[in-house]
Design a protein around this ligand. Sequence first.
Ligand code: IMP
Length: 215
Amino acid sequence: MTSHRLLTGKVVIATHNPGKLREMRELMAPYGIELVSAGELGLPEPEEDGHMFAENAAIKAVAATRASGLPALADDSGICIDALDGAPGLFSANWAGPGKDFAPALARVQAELAKRGATAPEQRRAHFVSALVIAWPDGHQELFEGRVFGDIVAAPRGPGGFGYDPIFRPDGHEKTFGEMSAAEKHGIPADGSPGLSHRARAFHILAAACLRAPA
Ligand code: IMP
């Protein structure tokens, strides 16, 4: 049986993405851990030159733990669209350009799908992936991954969430992530079952392994 290390004390959330930071703070809230973000500490954003989500998450977590001397939790995530051979995938953030403006990225997804004649939902299959890595200052690391499958809707819907949320409808739901409340998208159900989003699902495994709710 794999043994995991418990996460306690003060932890860096190794992201500069406000949408992710908000979700990770919400997910960590019940565990009594003091959180500080890489942005608040003024840490630089490392170059994400890995070839897998897990590698990029490790790059961010290790950079933050080395710079701060604290355990660090990083998420690397993205959306993979089957008809686009998995794009934007690792480059999900890059499609928004340096200004991090997602309107052109969402329009590009629609244009690329239209070019391939992908109009029916079954031709527009997609999934989000989240790789969460915790890195400790002594070099220890833990990795947890979550995925959620669904399809790309014909036009963006909903003001909620961030990034690609308005165009992704998870299987079994009518609403896109953009139309869901935060609790619907990534809340952890009261019965302890995994949440809906990729990040909630990765976090569910992480929490079971590395977190204990305060008594
Ligand atoms: P990175 O992990 O910082 O490289 O960026 C991941 C990118 O994937 C984000 O900037 C978003 O564009 C996209 N992404 C990841 N998770 C989500 C999500 O939960 N909703 C919408 N977009 C997401």
